[in-house]
Design a protein around this ligand. Structure first.
Ligand SMILES: Nc1ncnc2c1ncn2[C@@H]1O[C@H](COP(=O)(O)OP(=O)(O)OP(=O)(O)O)[C@@H](O)[C@H]1O
Ligand SMILES: O=P(O)(O)OC[C@H]1O[C@H](OP(=O)(O)OP(=O)(O)O)[C@H](O)[C@@H]1O
Ligand SMILES: [Mg+2]
Length: 294
């Protein structure tokens, strides 16, 4: 909070957002904010970036610290990993999954040594996420010795410091190189999330940020499909491309035909185009959505 004896008017209205300054989430978070129409820093050494025209201010912080700043109410919202949010134990709440930075959080060990969660009791577990791991072990009723490290935790087994690691796994390449194998269910499926303070009321500007981020998420997941189809086949075409609300159907100069526009999931678009063509649709075109408000 401000140390001034009375609230600084500008700061009381400007939305203050925490953004990862480095690491896996940093560039993708900045990219998403750019796509949402916000100004982002141009120099990676900048710690703050003010976007006056959008009444918003971005603070570049270590992703591990972001939930702490947001939970304390010193910043209004922030982008961090779900695993980091839980690890922090800060009173911050996930508002929306931002659909990047996906990873699982898993136990791993030498398979001949430990290969099930039941064998964790009394073992030494190295991790850079002790809060998350201790909470998980408590839930399972397992007493293990959690060793807090800052990174490269896979080496802890090779060097004899630990029997088990609990870490972020994306491709699994790091574990493979260390001769370690995951066991048990993932402790967590993580991804980048927007967080806000659990206790403080939402900042009035927050709604605009959320709407814009939601617009980016939709624009990334969907494409716009346009095609011409005989009007008599419209019911079948519509069931292939129901759109989000309903497809837009316009008359065509060619008698008995209509032009259709509908949003479809990017991942499904080629299958849908094949099926539309089979049905008799022609001039089937796909375009990207750059931004949207639904
Ligand atoms: N391949 C990955 N390696 C590490 N973290 C990842 C990966 N993929 C996604 N993440 C997520 O990124 C966040 C960790 O970011 P953080 O910047 O703290 O570590 P980092 O990307 O490993 O960077 P560094 O270790 O250099 O500080 C977590 O939420 C984690 O789930
Ligand atoms: O499953 P993978 O695709 O191999 O990715 C996961 C690995 O990447 C990260 O390490 P990083 O390189 O960030 O080093 P760190 O352990 O020092 O953070 C993470 O801590 C894992 O070790
Ligand atoms: Mg790392």
């Amino acid at each position: 909070m401000s140390n001034l004896p009375f609230p600084d008017k500008e700061h009381s209205v400007m939305l203050r957002v925490a953004v990862p300054n480095k690491g896996t989430l940093a560039e993708k978070a900045a990219q998403m904010l750019r796509e949402a129409g916000y100004r982002q820093r141009t120099d990676p050494k900048e710690l703050v970036c003010r976007d006056e025209s959008n009444n918003i201010e971005f603070f570049y912080l270590r992703p591990k610290d972001i939930a702490t700043y947001v939970g304390s109410g010193d910043l209004d919202v922030g982008i961090t990993g779900r695993d980091l949010l839980i690890d922090s134990g800060a009173p911050a709440t996930e508002v929306v999954d931002l659909a990047f930075g996906q990873a699982t959080f898993r136990f791993a060990a030498r398979p001949e040594d430990v290969d099930s969660v039941q064998e964790l009791g009394g073992r030494r577990v190295a991790t850079a996420y002790p809060g998350l791991v201790e909470r998980h072990l408590t839930e399972l009723g397992i007493k293990a010795d959690v060793i807090r490290l800052d990174g490269a935790v896979e080496n802890a087994i090779r060097l004899g410091l630990a029997d088990v690691v609990a870490d972020v796994v994306e491709t699994g390449a790091t574990l493979r190189q260390a001769g370690l194998v995951v066991f048990g269910e993932p402790l967590l499926r993580s991804s980048a999330v927007l967080v806000r303070c659990s206790a403080a009321p939402a900042h009035p500007q927050c709604e605009q940020l959320l709407r814009r981020l939601h617009g980016v998420l939709v624009a990334r997941r969907y494409v716009m499909l346009a095609y011409d189809v005989p009007a008599a086949l419209m019911a079948q075409a519509s069931s292939l491309t129901p759109g989000i609300e309903s497809p837009t159907v316009s008359p065509l100069h060619r008698e008995g035909w209509v032009a259709v526009q509908a949003m479809v999931l990017r991942d499904d678009v080629h299958q849908i185009m094949d099926e539309l063509y089979q049905l008799g649709a022609r001039a089937i075109l796909v375009t990207s959505i750059q931004a949207c408000r639904l």
